[in-house]
Design a protein around this ligand. Structure first.
Ligand code: FE2
Ligand code: FE2
Length: 278
């Protein structure tokens, strides 16, 4: 294992289908990267050819978003469905981070770029496992329900555009996570207040996710700005252009202005892309 480049390791994660196995390999490679950096002997970034789509387990079945059944969050089945959707997002997030590492190996990025993406990939792996643990405590598991197809679309659309990937994935999709996570935590908090221990476990998991996702949006914003600076482009104008080009639809308020600000995402980046209210 020690001789492999970072991008080869990324491809290994991407081509592993099982979620628990994918995240185990992901965390091991992230730990190896960090240890080598700390020792002053960094692992070579190298170049590799990632698959267009990552390997996926046989289950869950992937359906068009409109065909995924909706359940009320006020019921145990509804809370399981919600966590299942989160687990699916987290598994995609693991692949999205390693895909960035493997896909743009020819872009001559500073080593700090890889530090950030490796750290975020390890956190996404932890998130997937935390949510799977919750599902299992509730008598379910990842794969028990259908999940959204099309989660990889943003990756395919931006396959040859690193600034586009930064704009659409961390700065739009992960920022959206910051908007909706407090409401999800509230759903589990209410159930936990009735003495539901697995709901309390879910609150703890979601709080870890919420805190760490701010960092992922911040990495996106930081490197997006860096790339614009290198190209001599205005980051705000470029963000608007790229999101309009790659993202299908308007951004949905209400926005979590505070956490977005903490992540380095100013209001004049996202408000002009929002759908009109009323
Ligand atoms: Fe996550
Ligand atoms: Fe994330």
């Amino acid at each position: 294992m020690s001789g492999k480049s970072l991008t080869e390791r990324a491809v290994e994660v991407l081509t592993t289908a099982d979620g628990r196995e994918k995240t185990r390999i992901s965390r091991a490679h992230a730990a190896a990267w960090v240890a080598a950096r700390d020792a002053g002997t960094p692992i070579e970034v190298g170049t590799a050819r990632p698959p267009l789509r990552p390997a996926r387990p046989e289950k869950p079945d992937l359906l068009a978003p409109r065909d995924v059944p909706r359940r009320r969050p006020g019921t145990p089945a509804g809370r399981i469905a919600l966590l299942h959707a989160v687990a699916h997002i987290e598994l995609n997030a693991v692949d999205l981070h390693w895909d960035v590492i493997a896909r743009y190996g020819d872009q001559a990025m500073p080593i700090g770029f890889y530090d950030d993406w490796v750290k975020a990939a390890a956190e996404e792996s932890k998130h997937f496992n935390l949510v799977c643990d919750c599902l299992e405590a509730m008598g379910s598991h990842y794969g028990a329900l259908p999940a959204h197809a099309g989660m990889w679309r943003a990756a395919e659309d931006t396959v040859d555009d690193l600034p586009g990937r930064m704009a659409v994935v961390p700065m739009v999709l992960e920022a959206r996570g910051l908007d909706v996570t407090p409401g999800m935590i509230e759903i589990f908090r209410k159930a936990a207040a009735t003495g539901d221990a697995s709901a309390a476990q879910a609150v703890a998991a979601m709080e870890v996710i919420y805190a760490e996702e701010v960092g992922h949006v911040a990495y996106g914003s930081k490197w997006f700005n860096w790339l614009c600076g290198r190209a001599g482009l205005d980051p705000k104008d470029e963000f608007h252009r790229l999101v309009r080009h790659y993202f299908h639809g308007a951004l949905k308020p209400p926005f979590n202005e505070e956490k977005r600000a903490e992540a380095g995402l100013p209001p004049d980046f996202y408000w002009p892309l929002a759908e009109q209210r009323g």
